[in-house]
Design a protein around this ligand. Structure first.
Ligand code: FE2
Length: 335
């Protein structure tokens, strides 16, 4: 994908310097960290190019032009340690001392009017996650896998789901080809008959929770019955996992077959995230996946690291969940 904005090296470096000295850790006090980013904006210390790019992203979403954008050459932390893959999240707390990448993600969340979302039982309630291979989850369909991901949206089985995802390339393979694929829900609808769409809109499907969710919260085994198609073109689906609640219903399997055929026929967008690339995509109004091609250096590609955030569509959507906030921290849901 073509970036909507590429930082100049001087803008990147000046923003990086500002983000290095925020005086707060997003992992110890998210609200203080978020306030420091708000102050940066209020003081006019954000490059005009980034402010304009975020305005453009908002405008294109509102005008329904696209829900997938890339910003490139973003500021990153100078030190990007390799984390112990037996427990990379805990090792990050020990090793990561600057929060430039996190600041960039918080900044874009604020400038695009999409407040961040976190889950109390996922990565200790952190708002900033790592897409990073964890030995315990090798070969799974989770953010900690070392391999491909089927078409899905994030947290399919969970009742509160992000509207947007942001993925920032912190350490990306330069030789092996690892692609993030995205398909707009409107593209999928072209290939699904009205009859199948009507069935997919019924809350008559279920999705089992992934391995990481189940390990973090023993109560999370199977979603409530849900629709696969919601709103105009939102999908709630994890390929190979989502199935009819009534496994004896041929009609529901037929509707799912049409939907899976649509996934094979659709035109998807590919982006190979490189260091400093920020890919922002809709989580529900489209689906995404990961494809790994021509892997010749699996040892290095295993160290691929993306910093990731979940976000609500806008303030009003976040406020709907105000009763779910844990300890009064806006955006942190009890889940
Ligand atoms: Fe995902």
């Amino acid at each position: 994908m073509k970036p909507v904005y590429t930082f100049t090296d001087s803008d990147r470096d000046s923003l990086k310097e500002s983000l290095e000295f925020l005086g707060a850790s997003p992992y110890e006090d998210y609200e203080k960290f978020s306030d420091a980013i708000a102050a940066l904006i209020a003081e006019g210390r954000v490059p005009d190019g980034l402010t304009s790019a975020c305005r453009l992203i908002r405008g294109q979403r509102e005008a329904r032009v696209t829900y997938a954008h890339v910003i490139s050459n973003s500021p990153l932390d100078s030190e990007r340690p390799v984390f112990d893959q037996s427990n990379p999240v805990d090792d990050k707390y020990l090793q990561k001392r600057t929060f430039v990448g996190e600041g960039m993600l918080e900044l874009v969340g604020r400038l695009t009017g999409t407040p961040l979302l976190s889950y109390a039982t996922r990565n200790n309630g952190d708002f900033f996650h790592d897409v990073y291979a964890d030995n315990r989850y090798a070969g799974t369909q989770t953010q900690k896998t070392d391999w491909e991901l089927h078409w899905h949206n994030d947290r399919t089985a969970h009742p509160v789901r992000a509207d947007y995802l942001a993925l920032l390339g912190m350490r990306c393979p330069t030789k092996d080809l690892v692609y993030t694929k995205y398909v707009d829900g409107r593209e999928l609808l072209k290939y699904i008959s009205p009859r199948a769409q009507e069935l997919l809109r019924r809350p008559e499907f279920v999705t089992p929770y992934d391995e990481l969710s189940r390990d973090s919260n023993k109560g999370q085994r199977l979603s409530e019955a849900h629709a696969v198609l919601e709103n105009e073109h939102s999908f709630r689906y994890y390929d190979t996992r989502t199935e009819p609640a009534d496994r004896a219903s041929a009609a529901h399997y037929e509707a799912l077959r049409e939907f899976r055929d649509a996934l094979a026929k659709c035109r998807e967008q590919y982006h190979r995230i490189q260091d400093g690339d920020l890919l922002v995509i809709a989580n529900q109004d489209g689906l995404h996946s990961r494809q790994m091609i021509d892997i010749q250096d699996a040892g290095t590609t295993r160290l691929r690291w993306l910093l990731k955030t979940y976000a609500f569509r806008d303030d009003a959507t976040a406020d709907v969940h105000a009763n779910d906030w844990l300890d009064g921290v806006r955006g942190r849901v009890r889940d």
